[in-house]
Design a protein around this ligand. Structure first.
Ligand SMILES: [Zn+2]
Length: 65
């Protein structure tokens, strides 16, 4: 079992993905986008000029201004 000492240094370190694309919609702790009321949390509504739409179920709502 000699010669295996370098394993301790050869291990990969787990990096934290603090800037993972998945979380880009949570800027400053608040949601930048709205969830689809039909599909539930996790499905964002696509931003349009004057409305928001769900690409999954086709739900659409006018943007309040
Ligand atoms: Zn939907």
């Amino acid at each position: 079992m000699a010669g295996k000492e370098k394993d301790s240094k050869g291990k990969k370190q787990h990096k934290k993905h603090k800037n993972a694309p998945k979380y880009k919609n949570y800027a400053n702790g608040k949601r930048a986008k709205t969830f689809c009321p039909k599909c539930g949390p996790g499905v964002f509504l696509a931003e349009h000029k004057d409305r928001q739409a769900c690409g999954k179920c086709g739900y659409m709502q006018a943007k309040a201004k």
